[in-house]
Design a protein around this ligand. Structure first.
Ligand code: SAH
Length: 229
């Protein structure tokens, strides 16, 4: 599951997925490409705003339609993310999720606070991460590119290593449909530095997506050849 075409194009090339893909649903711009052992779905260009359909809403509909279409053995939310220098993050580091939460669904009402955080099931892939040399950690999702202090405090509390806008939305659908979920996120920008996120994102998008495109085929091969699978 991917949100931005700039992230997806190098990954499709690395996976040998060619052509224009298929529409997943007539009312949504998401498209899917299918190869022998993997499908890649991209949320597509919003028809009204003419930008990539990022953030949680399209992630939900695309994930639902893609799972219905392909009955996958695992769903991977793949893309770029903000990282944290204070937790060892660096540009183009690729993380595999071991936890997936929201940081901006603040609902200070009885158990709605836990509903807001989500904390969705994440596939236990520590062995795979070790084999591939991938660091693991919490992927934290919200619907903003910026990181106000309240969100920062939440991400520090969960020791987030990757801040994105889709993973938890994908994870929620996977939980409902009982499909194993993980996230693979390449760092484009460091949240806890003085440099504006947007400038870092634009400067590092190429390096981060190249790292993602190198790692995804390795991850898929490792999942396929996992002992006991
Ligand atoms: N292209 C836009 C920015 C893209 S929005 C621009 O021109 O400014 C960011 C996308 O990359 C989302 O899909 C999100 O999942 C991911 N992402 C990368 N860095 C992020 C960060 N620091 N915070 C939240 N999402 C981030």
């Amino acid at each position: 599951m991917m949100a931005m075409e700039a992230e997806a194009a190098p990954v499709r090339a690395a996976l040998g997925l060619v052509g224009g893909g298929d529409l997943l649903h007539p009312a949504f711009p998401a498209r899917i490409w299918t190869g022998s052992n993997v499908s890649l779905a991209v949320n597509g260009r919003d028809p009204r705003f003419a930008v990539d359909s990022i953030a949680s809403q399209p992630a939900v509909t695309t994930t639902l339609h893609a799972i219905e279409r392909t009955s996958p053995s695992i769903v991977i939310s793949a893309g770029t993310a903000g990282g944290f220098a204070s937790r060892g993050g660096a540009i183009a580091t690729v993380y595999l999720a071991d936890r997936c939460v929201y940081h901006d669904r603040r609902v200070d009402l009885a158990t709605f606070d836990r509903y807001g955080d989500g904390d969705y099931p994440v596939a236990r892939l520590g062995d795979v991460a070790e084999r591939l040399g991938l660091p693991t950690g919490t992927v934290s999702t919200g619907n903003a590119l910026d990181a106000p202090a309240v969100d920062r405090a939440k991400m520090d509390a969960s020791a987030a290593v990757a801040k994105d806008m889709e993973a938890a939305a994908v994870a929620w659908v996977c939980e409902r449909l009982n499909v194993p979920f993980t996230a693979l996120k390449a760092i484009t920008d460091l949240v806890d530095t003085v440099h504006p996120t947007r400038d870092q994102f634009m400067a590092n998008l190429g390096a981060a997506t190249a790292a993602l495109a190198r790692t995804i085929p390795e991850l898929i091969a490792a999942l396929e050849h996992r002992p006991g699978r």
